[in-house]
Design a protein around this ligand. Structure first.
Ligand SMILES: [Zn+2]
Length: 279
């Protein structure tokens, strides 16, 4: 039986995550090689300093490996996209924490700012809201077009209103300063959410077109008023985009990323230890 690409990916995902939970070095190397370019690709839009992104990603990896892989064992992901979305959230959280400590002038993020954004976005159709989020993250128009598979020009009126009404003075200033504010706001959105929120698995089904309009309608209505879910929705589309375009790291580079993690020795090392013991 020929396996489809999706089946093969699922198999690889389960193999990798199971191996990583056991501290298997080969599994971690595959994980680092395949996941790093996607996550650092996404994060590159939110933080334009590559060294900062790399440091934050290393912190996320260390967090997954710490305490006998406790955090990794708690990850409830049935597919690679679910896992990517969870990792994106962790990585953006790390970046937000790092940016917090840096001095900045101008508007600081607050619950009021999120309310203002929510009020503005409510007046936009769903697609325009996704465009607005990607504009705020700093994606260029050509990339937004690829992520959403539509031309952002159709959301021009909404983008114009966003640019005119939502922190124009700050977003016209230093890029890193705006990025710190936006990361803090996203962090607040992630922490929000309620019992009515849409499960990530459902959002994936909507994105894959596996829902009829009668099922989709309540979800779209929820996305109109919940920034927490809208952010997840946009994040899901982002990781889906980067999964299509990212190129895996070389084994050497992947080894370098995992070199400081508390992993099991490679099988061949175990054999040589065994031999040494019984010599
Ligand atoms: Zn929600």
């Amino acid at each position: 039986v020929l396996k489809t690409g999706v089946d093969r990916n699922l198999l690889t995902f389960h193999k990798i995550i199971e191996g990583c939970r056991e501290g298997d070095t080969d599994a971690w190397r595959s994980f680092a090689a395949e996941y790093t370019p996607v996550l650092t690709g996404v994060a590159g839009a939110y933080c334009s300093i590559p060294v900062t992104v790399e440091t934050a990603w290393r912190d996320v990896l260390r967090g997954l490996a710490d305490r006998d892989f406790a955090a990794l064992k708690q990850v409830d992901a049935q597919s690679d996209r679910e896992f990517f979305v969870a990792l994106r959230q962790s990585l953006l959280h790390q970046l937000a924490r790092g940016a917090e400590s840096e001095p900045r002038s101008g508007v600081t993020e607050s619950a009021a700012a999120l309310e203002a954004l929510s009020g503005l976005l409510k007046q936009f159709p769903l697609l325009h809201r996704s465009v607005a989020f990607l504009v705020l993250a700093g994606y260029p128009e050509a990339t937004i077009e690829k992520i959403l598979r539509i031309s952002p020009a159709i959301a021009m009126k909404s983008v114009e209103r966003l640019n005119a009404e939502f922190y124009p003075e700050l977003r016209g200033g230093a890029v890193t300063e705006w990025q710190a504010v936006w990361l803090a706001m996203i962090d607040r959105m992630h922490a929000g959410g309620s019992a009515d929120c849409v499960a990530l698995r459902q959002l994936i089904r909507v994105l894959d077109g596996q829902f009829g309009w009668y099922e989709k309608d309540p979800i779209e209505r929820h996305l109109a008023s919940c920034l927490h879910c809208l952010e997840t929705w946009v994040g899901l589309q982002e990781v889906t985009h980067w999964m299509r375009y990212a190129v895996a790291l070389t084994p050497e580079r992947a080894n370098e990323l995992i070199s400081e993690l508390p992993l099991k020795a490679k099988p061949k090392n175990r054999v040589s230890l065994f031999r040494r013991a019984f010599r």
